[in-house]
Design a protein around this ligand. Structure first.
Ligand code: 7TS
Length: 409
């Protein structure tokens, strides 16, 4: 049995925003896939940093700069432990998952991919894992190939087998779909790609908020996630890359921090991780992300998963009782995300009624327009749960859906 160190009430008390009222009603936040809320531990770590530590990092011998550098680099170490990276310098700070993918496309992609090379993504990618590769294809004449999706929201792995070939030079797929919640068989994808010596990037934006990811065990070559989705601050994210790849990649942006020596004739670049970190980094938010990881570990991943599972199973049971609801994405392996429509009703109308009842869900295409086109719909209503949500909140959602059905159908 998993014994939480805190009750749900205790956990909720850690997240000040969960006490907010919307239209006079206690607020129900079911848009966790868009961004997680922040525990006091994160907010306080950022305040504490600005009140007692701030100076620029990696420059100057003065005391506060050293202290800021220590905190900043400690946060990097925490992220390395969180992902089980072999080396701390394999952790590159970015602004988020989007920047991480752009970085790899713009550096590894530009240097090592050429006309006719194929890049393999999946049919359920977020635009962040489509557009950077399309931009690269336009520039270099590479060809974007797409692993199709089956009707239940899983990847067509037979199609993957036939798409993967000696022409494939890069594979970039979501670990977890943001629109449907499907957990993809990334280990199999990595093993098969590696058999042909093809590197694999995993978009972990929707994975690291639900379960612990071990990049060495997966053996992925790159892994990206955003701080704000793992209950840390906005504006900070992480690119993990294997040293041997990061080492041979050119820098991304030029400027201070990323150099070793500069003359007007030639610049030599710093080693890892600084080669990819031009300019003053987001020190405070890196420290905040480190505090967020500490918090998650204090709550415990077993508990987080158990609580999310409970919420998901309960919500699925209740929502299936509403015969007007059509579910999208019914993969056997899923995180706590439910995507649906009320038959014949536009998702925005459902979202608006729920909002007026104080319930926040996401409506629309979820930055996955090709996935929505595949399903033949303009978008869905998406309810995504986190470990601080409750069964009572799901009851409010079901009540809201019943009202929407009555009003809109
Ligand atoms: N990849 C996936 C799978 C995502 O879900 C998102 C954001 C991103 C990349 C981009 O993350 P960012 O932090 O760099 O913006 N997904 C969503 C969502 O589902 N609703 O709002 C943002």
């Amino acid at each position: 049995m998993i014994i939480p160190i805190k009750t749900i009430d205790g956990i909720r008390a850690d997240f000040p925003i969960l006490n907010e009222k919307v239209y006079g009603k206690s607020w129900v936040y079911f848009d966790n896939a868009a961004s997680g809320q922040k525990p006091k531990a994160v907010i306080q770590a950022i305040t504490e940093y600005y009140e007692h530590t701030h100076s620029n990092v990696h420059r100057g011998v003065h005391y506060m700069s050293q202290r800021a550098t220590d905190k900043f680099e400690h946060a990097r170490k925490r992220v390395a432990q969180f992902l089980n990276a072999a080396e701390t310098h394999e952790i590159i700070w970015t602004t988020g998952a989007t920047e991480g993918i752009n970085l790899v496309a713009a550096t590894y992609g530009r240097k090592f991919l050429k006309a006719g090379d194929e890049i393999l993504i999946s049919g359920m990618e977020h635009h962040a894992n489509i557009v950077p590769w399309q931009m690269l294809c336009e520039e270099k004449g590479c060809i974007l190939k797409v692993i199709p999706m089956l009707d239940n929201g899983t990847l067509d792995m037979q199609a993957f087998d036939s798409l993967l070939s000696e022409k494939t030079r890069f594979v970039s797929v979501a670990y977890v779909s943001n629109a449907l919640g499907t957990i993809n068989p990334v280990k199999e994808i990595i093993q098969k790609a590696h058999a042909l010596r093809i590197p694999v990037l995993l978009d972990g934006a929707q994975a690291s908020c639900h379960f612990l990811v071990d990049v060495q065990e997966l053996d992925c070559d790159f892994y990206v996630f955003s701080g704000h989705k793992v209950f840390g601050p906005t504006g900070i994210g992480v690119l993990y890359g294997k040293s041997e790849l990061l080492d041979i990649m050119p820098p991304y942006k030029g400027g201070g921090e990323m150099i070793e020596t500069v003359t007007f004739e030639k610049t030599t670049y710093a080693g890892l991780p600084f080669k990819f970190e031009a300019g003053t980094p987001d020190i405070a938010n890196a420290v905040g992300l480190g505090a967020g990881i500490d918090y998650l570990e204090e709550i415990g991943w077993d508990f987080i998963q158990k609580q999310e599972d409970l919420l998901f199973q309960y919500a699925m049971e209740e929502i299936k009782k509403l015969k007007e609801v059509i579910l999208y994405g019914t993969a056997p392996e899923k995180v706590s995300v439910i995507s649906f429509l009320i038959d014949g009703v536009h998702p925005y109308d459902v979202g608006t009624i729920l909002d007026k009842m104080g319930i926040a869900v996401r409506t629309g295409h979820h930055c996955t327009q090709p996935l929505m086109a595949r399903l033949g719909i303009p978008g869905t209503v998406r309810a995504s749960f986190a470990f601080y949500n409750t069964k009572e909140e799901i009851d409010r959602l079901i009540e809201g859906l019943k009202k929407a059905i009555k009003m809109l159908r």
